[in-house]
Design a protein around this ligand. Structure first.
Ligand code: PFF
Ligand code: NA
Length: 440
């Protein structure tokens, strides 16, 4: 078999992982959930969840990937026993499931770049969303998004994913900073910052049961956990990096981009509506598209330029995430069955395009796919992964965390303790609440 690829540089790995993490979850969903789940209170709980649960969990995936040095399914066999490949397979399937509709939203975003340039949605943003979000047009743009994703993955790790994300991630950050500075100059941004940045701890206490599971699931989705993506990316990693240093940087950058996106979106909404739009009234998945589009429409010609830049950033972020999910299955098939990388990437891209046509045909399907992913598949997959790395693989995992670090074992021991206890409990509760929420 041909020699397995590796990242060209350490920063290449970090940027690819940040590219996977930073996506629609940060720029589209995070500000949206923030506006419906209590503003700064949600932001606060999310930050705690990302740091206390997301960081240990992402380190667990890095351990599995780098230690096994093979794709996200067989890694569990190589580290322990063939039976544990079920965990990897569930992650892989969860990723494919999510990518099928993620690409549909990627298609909407692409459509909105064009719509901003021509001002097509300016007259009637809500009606425009209704027209482009479902049906043949949505299917066509979904196909285009998936084709570009497969095209990048076809080029491989160093020449495809690493090169692309090295360009994409810095441009996402630069453009978002620019947009946030612009938003700062808007009249009325002050009320937005108040809503966004000053948490009401009483509200948190009263709504713990809904805020916590939402925030924890959001942290998983946002960090691309439970989809095999971080296992796969870490499998192309050399032994001399400190997983803790890289993982912390990735979590911090991902969180920072989410916060930045909120600094753009929330002021835009406040300036337009004086508040954030009611989720129910706005209509689920489309609420943010409609209200952000309305905000650009009110700015006339300047709104066109801003719209192109804003939706451009969202598109780049969505693409750099989508390639990580297509890479999970591609690396599995290439490692295991020896098919060519381009054929695998385009083959699975085509199959997922077909599955995603359901979501592109009717947003009710998209909502169903998303709620099953959020409420069940993701937390279940993360839970099994945490059990594996904490209780099944335990002591050897500590050894892997210690590599490349100068400080002794105290951090690694604390990490093992955390995944064995409260991280496990937190994921379990999130899964339980997600399942009961869906099937109630
Ligand atoms: N971390 C991604 C995000 O926040 O948007 C989640 C993700 C979803 C990654 C779908 C990749 C993907 F195809
Ligand atoms: Na993210």
């Amino acid at each position: 078999m041909a020699e397995r690829e590796t990242w060209g540089t350490r920063i290449g790995f970090i940027l690819a992982a940040v590219g996977s993490a930073v996506g629609l979850g940060n720029i589209w969903q995070f500000p949206f959930k923030t506006s419906t789940e209590g503003g700064a209170a949600f932001v606060f709980v999310y930050l705690v969840a990302a740091l206390l649960i997301g960081l240990p969990a992402i380190l667990g995936e890095f351990v599995v990937g780098r230690r096994a040095n093979i794709n996200a399914v067989e890694a569990f066999d190589r580290l322990k026993h063939p039976a544990w490949t079920v965990v990897g397979a569930l992650g892989l399937l969860t990723g494919l499931w999510i990518l099928s509709y993620y690409s549909v939203v990627g298609g909407w975003v692409t459509r909105y770049i064009v719509g901003s340039a021509t001002g097509a949605y300016f007259a009637a943003p809500a009606e425009y969303f209704g027209r482009v979000s479902m049906g043949w047009e949505a299917i066509a743009f979904h196909g285009g998004f998936m084709a570009v994703t497969a095209g990048i993955v076809a080029f491989g790790i160093e020449d495809g994913i690493e090169k692309a994300t090295k360009l994409m991630v810095p441009s996402i950050i630069v453009m978002l900073v620019g947009l946030a500075v612009y938003a700062f100059t808007l009249d009325g941004a002050g009320a937005a910052y108040e809503f966004y940045l000053s948490p009401d701890f009483g509200f948190i206490a009263d709504n713990l049961g809904t805020i916590v599971p939402y925030a924890v699931s959001q942290a998983f989705f946002s960090l691309s956990l439970g989809m095999g993506a971080m296992i796969t990316y870490a499998s192309y990693l050399g032994d001399d990096d400190s997983l803790f240093a890289d993982g912390s940087l990735i979590v911090v950058l991902n969180t920072a981009v989410g916060l930045l996106a909120g600094l753009v979106v929330i002021p835009l909404l406040f300036v337009q509506f004086g508040t954030v739009p009611d989720a129910a009234a706005g209509g689920g998945a489309g609420a943010l598209f409609v209200s952000v589009a309305q905000a650009f429409a009110d700015l006339g010609m300047a709104g066109r330029a801003l719209g192109v830049v804003f939706f451009g950033v969202v598109l780049v972020a969505a693409l750099s995430s989508a390639i990580s999910l297509l890479e999970v299955v591609t690396s599995y098939v290439v490692d295991n069955y020896g098919y060519s990388r381009p054929a695998t990437a385009f083959g699975f891209g085509g199959a997922l395009f077909a599955l995603g046509t359901l979501s592109a045909w009717n947003t009710a399907w998209l909502g169903w796919f998303d709620s099953l992913a959020y409420g069940v598949l993701l937390p279940l997959s993360v839970l099994l992964g945490v059990i594996f790395v904490g209780w099944v693989y335990g002591p050897e995992a500590v050894d892997e965390i210690q590599k490349g670090t100068s400080n002794g074992g105290s951090f690694a021991t604390a990490w093992l303790w955390s995944v064995r206890t409260y991280v496990l409990a937190g994921v379990f509760v999130t899964l339980y609440l997600g399942v009961t929420d869906i099937y109630s």
